[in-house]
Design a protein around this ligand. Structure first.
Ligand code: ADP
Length: 262
């Protein structure tokens, strides 16, 4: 609990500071991208000028992505929660991922289309999946491997099953993202949700991806677990409460028995 508290305080302090900077930085980026686009229209095809402008654009887009991560992390963007069929968001996000992931990575998905809705902002689910899959892909590198995305219903029972999960009993959805990449040592696993923790080379990682994922999952009153072995691979398992469960938990409880799932 103390670690969780320290984490929350750290997140908040850094979040407020970074959020302010990111917001101003975003305003600076817009004209950079805008004027670069205009210059690219005028540049002669295949000229050095065109190639240079391309590099400017790539860097600016990377900066925009970074700003977006920081803004989400500090929750400076507007978040509108509503009941969402997460499986639909996942399907869209996976389509996008497929086109950007090299052919050396084998894609497996097992999605239960019948899962009940969760209370979320769809962009949060989208970002959660993108961040986890991008990490998975980085962990496997050019040599490739298998990326598996599973989505299903799961019940957390009143007898504390599954034991590793620290959640109220009820109906949940479970999202599992597994890779056959380089995995993590125990020491690394302990720090992965810390903001700005990264083992990636300078300029490659922001260290914010998992802090953002952690923040999203917690804001949805879910839980995230990691199961990783060096040299073998990593699984992230996320539990999110179904809307039905939230409503039931909010209602004054008589002696009704707890939902047992399917
Ligand atoms: P970044 O990806 O920018 O480094 P993250 O917060 O997303 O930031 O991840 C933090 C660190 O956690 C990574 O640098 C890496 O060491 C580790 N990590 C995250 N996902 C995986 C994975 N699927 N396999 C192995 N290591 C991972």
């Amino acid at each position: 609990l103390e670690i969780q508290l320290r984490q929350a305080q750290k997140m908040e302090a850094i979040g407020t500071l970074a959020g302010g900077i990111a917001h101003d930085f975003n305003n600076i980026l817009s004209p950079i991208i805008g004027y670069t686009e205009m210059a690219m229209v005028e540049a002669v095809e295949n000229s050095t000028m065109e190639r240079n402008l391309n590099e400017v654009m790539k860097a600016a887009e990377r900066a925009k992505e970074l700003v977006f991560q920081i803004l989400t992390f500090s929750r400076q963007t507007e978040i509108e929660k509503k009941p969402v069929q997460a499986q639909l968001v996942i399907r869209e996000a996976l389509k996008l991922l497929r086109s950007s992931i090299p052919a050396s990575i084998q894609f497996e998905k097992k999605i239960n289309k019948e899962c009940g809705p969760v209370l979320a902002d769809p962009t949060q689910i989208h970002q959660l999946l993108m961040n986890l899959c991008t990490n998975a892909y980085h962990a496997m590198g050019e040599s490739g491997g298998v990326l598996t995305v599973e989505f299903d219903e799961a019940a957390v029972l009143s007898d504390g099953n599954p034991a590793t999960i620290n959640l109220k009993p009820g109906k949940y959805v479970r999202l599992t993202i597994s890779d056959t990449g380089h995995g993590m040592t125990q020491a690394v696993q302990e720090k992965i949700f810390d903001p700005y923790f990264t083992t990636k080379a300078q300029g490659k990682g922001t260290g914010l991806g998992l802090a953002v994922v952690h923040g999203i999952v917690k804001s949805m009153e879910g839980d995230i677990q990691v199961d990783s072995k060096p040299g073998r691979g990593t699984s992230f398992i996320i539990y999110l409460p179904q809307v039905e469960s939230i409503v039931q938990n909010a209602a004054p409880r008589t002696n009704a028995s707890l939902p047992r799932g399917d």
